[in-house]
Design a protein. Structure first.
Length: 253
């Protein structure tokens, strides 16, 4: 059986009885929390895993570091329900960093809805993670109501440094990419266009939080080459001992 698309569900016919029900329905009669998207943006700079944080220019938590993000745009009723979560995440990524979703790896991590996580009102946030290649780092700029933006070393962060529950979101996002790095090509979003085996091994070690045995990783790397995920690239990289071959991820499609 074919899986129905979301477009098909949106185009369904509404019976006259349901149309009448919707016309009389009053959403304001029910409590509605606000919804935000927060994005944990990671890159590897100077051989360290770093997260992009913005210093809040407004209350609450004015002056504290926070993840880029904002409120999901919501429409005024059943005819206009606003934007999808992925659309909101892509929009906030561009508004807060200047990067486009097509430039980075962007994926949903999970929902965070603990009561009182936001002192203003009941706010549920959908967390995303974004992985940025080092060559795109200079293009990042602070936007929105951020006073500044900076790439901070993940290992140096303290929960007290961050607004809301963003320390928990960062921790969950790192766990998410750590479990995905061995079963996907997401590491391609954290290395240069060409890289050595050692450079890719270092990325895996940072994301998983575990040292990667050189021999075991070499075998894993060779399987990626055999599976057509990685291929040798022209040129070599100078190292302390001898020039090393460089590789690249095979473009999909």
């Amino acid at each position: 059986m074919a899986v129905l698309s979301s477009k098909a569900s949106k185009a369904r016919k509404v019976s006259p009885e349901e149309a009448q029900f919707l016309a009389k329905y009053r959403p304001e009669s029910f409590p509605r929390p606000s919804v935000t998207v927060d994005i944990a943006v990671f890159s590897i700079i100077d051989a360290e895993l770093r997260v992009l944080l913005v210093r809040r220019g407004q209350h609450p938590f004015k002056g504290s570091w926070a993840l880029p993000g904002g409120f999901v745009r919501v429409g005024d009723g059943h005819r206009d329900q606003g934007e999808d979560l992925e659309t909101a995440a892509a929009r906030e990524l561009t508004e807060e960093t200047g990067l486009r979703a097509s430039d980075v790896f962007l994926e949903q991590v999970g929902a965070f809805g603990r009561a009182n996580r936001d002192p203003r009102m009941r706010v549920i946030t959908i967390a995303f993670c974004a992985l940025v290649r080092p060559d795109l780092v200079p293009l990042v700029r602070a936007g929105g109501d951020a006073a500044e933006a900076d790439w901070l070393t993940v290992s140096s962060l303290s929960p007290n440094d961050l607004a809301f529950d963003h320390a928990e979101i960062i921790e969950r996002a790192i766990e998410h990419v750590g479990t995905r790095v061995d079963t996907s090509d997401i590491a391609s979003s954290l290395v240069a266009k060409t890289f050595t085996v050692q450079e890719l091994r270092h990325v895996h070690a940072l994301l998983t939080g575990k040292p990667q045995d050189p021999g075991n990783f070499r075998r894993k790397f060779e399987r990626l080459v055999e599976d057509g995920v990685i291929e040798q690239a022209p040129g070599k990289r100078l190292t302390a001992s001898k020039p090393a071959m460089v590789y690249r991820f095979v473009k999909k499609g």
